[in-house]
Design a protein around this ligand. Sequence first.
Ligand code: SF4
Length: 586
Amino acid sequence: MKEGKIVYINLSSGKIEEIPIKKDVRERFIGGRGLGTYLFSERIGNDSPDPLSEENPVIIATGPLTDSPLPMTGRVSLTTRSPLTGTILDSNVGGTFGTLLKRAGYDAMIIEGKAHEPVYILIDESSIEVRSARNLWGSDTLKTSEKLKEEHGKGLSVISIGPAGENTVRFACVMENGKRAFGRGGAGAVFGSKNLKAIAVHGRKTKRTQRSEKLSDYRYEIMRLITTHPLTSKLLPSLGTAGTMRVINSFKTLGTRNFQKGFFKNAEAIGGEKLKKGFLKSRSGCFGCPVLCERVCELNGRKVSGPEFETLWALGANLEIDDLPFIITLNEMANLLGVDTISLGSVIGFAMELKERGIADLGVEFGNTNGILSLVEDIAFRKERGEILSLGVKKASEITGGREFAMHVKGLELPAYDPRGALGMGLGYATSNRGACHLRGGFSVSFEIYGVPRRINRFQALGKGAHVARAQDIGAIADSLIICRFAFLSTSLHHWARALSVIEEVEYTSSDLQKIGERIFNLERLINLRLGFSHEDDTLPDRIKKGIPLEEMLQEYYEYRGWDRKGIPAKEKIAELFKEGEPKWL
Ligand code: SF4
């Protein structure tokens, strides 16, 4: 097991110190999301931190495979308490930040406190400084990144917030180099509450894993699977994530008109093929990835990043808008202001339905682009009609009315997939530890629609509990290693367990990894229970709950997980997964 190092930075006191990662922690929680969850659980102590308080930690963690020769391992994870949901939140992003952080010598960072003025953190392999960001405050995410690169060199990687994070919009995101997002759950607002504008890292000392014959063999095998599977060698490189639009719509699983329907008749107008034909300039991707699923589009002579499938859905089908140039413009605007496009699409859809039902007129209506750009600006700056929507759909509906069509679980707005067309997605949204998330929920469309690794009847409730729980645990380990989720379309845990064993010099089997994933998921659950969540919160919006046998699936799910009928992990399960006295606050 290799040694690891965390840097702790307190923005209130200015204290900066290095903390070693205990071998035992690394072995049982791996890195990324797992390490973040463990460190978060250690820090919450007897009090639950208010998400926008000094006490709420921001934990950024790489994984054991970061900066290794293995493909699709360039992501980095962020853990905190969400100001949107109040749950534990983990989020991850691709690009280069994680690799450079590791090259600077750190496996993770913990940031606490609140700076007395806007600051950014500058890290390289020889120093860590907290500097004034007065001249950056108010800048958009791309400008922030560009200005810091001008000052400190092009090789820098920057994560930053835009005006939305500064104004603590509850679904503000943190952007990597102005292009990719730690998207969901409002980590940008946590940065803003700490007066933390950006973190810039320039790590040059690669400590790449010793290349052994075994690792080369495993790498070759993984590469071969990725570059020959139709999804990772053809669909994603050619059409990006947007290539899935047509498929999901054809299965009537594409949330449309704020989930009033599951089918958008103009879906092809905003799909991957149209994007490729009309706007695609080049492809891009995360560090060391052969798939390059990211789109670089050209609009009015400007190169812009994206949009991805979820954004095309949220700002397109969900609003019944089929104007692709408009969606590209709106996506760019959201990225620059620093807001999660899924939640943004959902609050706009909610506002449209308020108007449709005559409850309130916020100046936007389904199928019409008028008024949307100015509404987004109002949301980011929390002005007038944007103030209520900046709190997210759940809080907004408690103020304006319309709870019955507020599309969220635990306060996190729903993504694209309509669970009425894939029941496992419904169970996944209800039980995901950060609220309605397709990925943390187990991404069951993988087996319900794509048949990967094998097809399971999408309308059948029986058996979904076990399938969803297993997929959630695999997701937890993928986010901890930390590997792109798309890697699991063409490879399995077994391949990564072998490669990890070589890198960490500890034997892991695929079932060891599955168990670690289960430990991480259960620790998140225990944290959420401690933060005040219960069985009552494992639910779905009224609009889609009808016709979904949720309680039946939930009870099967709880039983499979070794939880009681109220969704509380049984003593035996806790003893099986954790050491005695862990978590210490239980
Ligand atoms: S498939 Fe896409 S998201 Fe995943 S690592 Fe590659 S470029 Fe990044």
